[in-house]
Ligand binder design. Sequence first.
Ligand SMILES: *Cc1c(COP(=O)(O)O)cnc(C)c1O
Length: 733
Amino acid sequence: MKEYINNTLLTMQTATSQQLEQNFGSNFSYKYNLPENLKILDTISQNFYWFWTTGGMSIFRDLDYRLWEKCEQNPRKMLCEVSELRLWQKANEPAFVARVNRFAEKMEKYLAEPTKSFGKITPENPVAYFCAEYGVHNSLPIYSGGLGILAGDHLKSASDMNVPLVAIGLFYRFGYFRQKIAHDGWQEERYIDSFQNELAINPVFDANGNRVEITVHIRGREVTAQAWLAKIGRISLYLLDTNVPQNQEVDRLITGHLYGGDTETRIVQEKVLGMGGVRLLRKLGIEPSVYHLNEGHSAFLTLELAKEYLETHENATFADAVPIVREKCVFTTHTPVAAGNDVFHPETLLSCFKDSFPASLRLSKEEFLGLGRVDENDHAEFFGMTPLAIRMCRSANGVSEKHGEVSRDLWKEMFPEKSADEVPITYVTNGVHALTWVASDFNHLYEKKIGENWTDILKDEKAWAKAVNYLSDEDIWNAHTLLKNRLIAFMRQRAYTSATGDSDPVPEHSAFKNLFNPNILTIGFARRVAGYKRWNLLMRDGERLLKLIDHIERPVQFIFAGKAHPQDRNAKAILQNLVNLKGNSTWFQRAIFIEDYDQEIARYMVQGVDVWMNVPRRPLEASGTSGQKAAMNGGLNFSILDGWWIEGYDEVNGFAIGPLRDEEGMDDAIIDAMDAESLYSVLENEIVPAYYEKGENGLPTKWIARMRRALQTLTPQFSSDRMLKDYIEKIYC
Ligand SMILES: *Cc1c(COP(=O)(O)O)cnc(C)c1O
């Protein structure tokens, strides 16, 4: 017999048991009742607050370390699987129970704080934030990379800063693909079915106890989507899910996979997100002051708003609706790379809408298609979500100063009467959530030497720079060394497990125990394997690289991670080349590729490496954020001057590769050769000597001075609190 440990699960069971059986199988319960004095763990596990707040994660980890890793750091899953004996052992440990209670009190206090108002953004009229993916934590696998992580960090900052904001997204039952590298080095993909009970999301019910659902017209049918709620501290993230029994089988899969399927799937997903999202807000009785379209995926929401207006204004035209819609909508573009900007064939697009849809906007078909074209009158042009968003929003922004400039140039044809620098696209530089990305070792140091309120001090760059000087060189170096050792242990374990399939500890005499050496300069490189990220730049001169790696006194080691798009064979070939280098014994010991890059691996890497490398093709890195995460842990960036690094680099807090701008008209091949030359020579002549130079006290004091400078200058400037403040001041209000 199944047992349910609290009312939430009971209501869920009675209200939707049949649905859940069909959706997720029947296996959804805790194996054992939680002991009375640990029951609060269930509440804690239901809000992602535990993840970024001191003392939260360690509670779950200490409940049962091996199980924690087996459950991939998912507290819900862990509470389902933990053994009865373990639960009662911990329930009999007063220190553990006291820790749990202290954390629960902290959480309760945090959640009870009232939301603030910022100009016209008020608790009654919040910001509605729309995004196709959210990277809040690994255990909610509805993100693929940078965009999702950024959205997750945005929500965490909104929570910490008491900003009234609700977020809308999609619940992808199969999430994003998991990466496995086959024996021949080729990437394979698999998808994992999420069991809802094991995720920290809950069904949304209305006042009458009915499941909140909306419908969207798709392929000649009304498709239903149900709503789930994830709690990100004080922020509500609503997720729409078409996997309900009343839908036809194909429609249940609309929200099946993140960025999976064909163009048609993409269009209908975006209809559910944009139009469905607005309908959901109406059902929930939420009247936003601002709609934030984070990337163009949600831009159909502007059409839904126009339709609403026209329905209540009988004599109005679409042109009358535009200013009303624009006044409420703001848009952030995230990439100048073509593949990142959705465009749809007009026929495919029209086939996904009711024939009468353009007429419901009081537009002809061609006028409707024109909304998504750079040149409204060019009938050959595809329908782009970015032009639609730019047209229908009162504000558009890129995600770094440089990206603002690049975007103005990229979209200037939409504004034929304006010169490129007059194009109304501004910028807000991306940032990352300090409490998520700063390692607990540094967090602890800051709490001890700066104060528990260190994230408040972070808001003032000067005060922060002063505060970081309270840390001694030993403090910084010791924290870093601990983190680096942890990264190496993690990497050995992952390498062993992936090679043998065995998740037990690495045996003492295994070759995997000899991988890497904590005294060697360690460089991290992890990101999507996309063309413009130039994964093979480092490999251009294999001999020179091996010399660096194998230097007798001053060697270098590399850690790589990243996924290739399933359909991108070029990217997979690049990965295969890299992975197959391990046949070389030097390379095997000094370079490693960790499979299945995700938020967890990113955390180990950015917290533990000495140097974080990034070599995108200028000017295609809109911002980049992983380097910001490394900098917050004293990692030194070694990067092409593009995206955020142009704003961050000050010659001391890291290293630059290549020039600030390419010469006009220069061939990509020549640019690559020059950048590779710069990469090798900066490594050989600057980074390696600087790292291995020791001061009189035996510490690399000059290196530590650079680390300190990175902590001082980059942590405040690239925190998501700063980013959100910019959004509030420059964009939302
Ligand atoms: C931060 C992060 C990214 C973004 O990395 P960039 O290439 O620097 O934009 C991608 N994936 C994961 C898992 C991350 O944590």
